[in-house]
Ligand binder design. Structure first.
Ligand SMILES: [Zn+2]
Length: 250
């Protein structure tokens, strides 16, 4: 029992960080350096396995909007990079450290620069708030938790691995897995602030998510982006509320 308590306390003491803007306490077992390395490795993999768009105008447009959002993010230490990938799947993501990828599929849905800035702000917000690292920390914690429990329950060493699997432990890196609702709402809130601060019209965020909602209803196979970013009424209502909370002057 004493061992369990000590181990769990140790877990809690590993690290507690706070998200920018929303100020939520996070459980963190991954250092910013580790996170940057993971992001850079993952970005290399994405570039190697994807087709980079040859549409220079589109690349420049995404780079321009990305640079404007990055400029107000307060993270000049990030190695910002914005790349358009030739892929009809509607998708976009930002890896830890600032490597942003937009698929041509999502740029077919966005109607203007403000809507591109909506997606850009949202994805960058995930990286600023270290959501990938936080999720990995929670996975690590449940892994350690399972091990502690296994020892406490006297699970023989040769079965502890099996036990961990049964306990739902994954060792998956999970940088681009779907996020929880908490992370989604947080990224919406931070993202809206960023796009607004960079001079874009936050009202277009509502338009974008309404379009996404319409798309998911009308198509037989909803865009992949929607399974990770459900464009439901709750999300749109919260986005309206965040917009109402934005300061009057930039
Ligand atoms: Zn998201």
């Amino acid at each position: 029992m004493k061992f369990i308590v000590t181990a769990l306390l140790g877990l809690l003491l590993v690290g507690c960080t706070k998200t920018p803007l929303t100020n939520r306490s996070q459980f963190m077992m991954i250092s910013p350096d580790q996170e940057m390395t993971l992001g850079a490795t993952e970005a290399k993999k994405v570039v190697e396995t994807s087709k980079i768009s040859t549409d220079k105008k589109l690349q420049d447009r995404v780079k321009r909007i990305g640079a404007q959002i990055a400029a107000v993010s307060g993270r000049s230490d990030f190695a910002w990079e914005f790349t358009v990938i030739q892929d009809d799947t509607p998708n976009a993501f930002c890896l830890p450290g600032g490597k942003v990828f937009f698929y041509t599929g999502i740029l077919k849905i966005t109607e203007n620069d403000d809507q591109i800035a909506t997606v850009m702000g949202h994805e960058i917000a995930h990286a600023l708030a270290r959501h990938g690292a936080e999720r990995m920390s929670m996975q690590n914690a449940s892994n350690i938790g399972a091990q502690v429990l296994a020892v406490a329950l006297n699970v023989p060493a040769q079965y502890q691995n099996l036990y961990a699997q049964a306990y739902g432990v994954t060792s998956q890196v999970g940088l681009i897995l779907p996020y929880s609702r908490t992370f989604e709402h947080e990224a919406d809130q931070i993202g809206l602030y960023l796009m607004w601060k960079a001079g874009y019209n936050p009202a277009q965020a509502v338009k974008f998510w309404e379009n996404m909602a319409r798309l998911s209803k009308s198509s037989q196979k909803p865009p992949a982006f929607l399974s990770t970013h459900p464009a439901d009424e709750e999300r749109i209502r919260e986005i309206r509320a965040y917009i109402a909370q934005l300061p009057v002057t930039r």
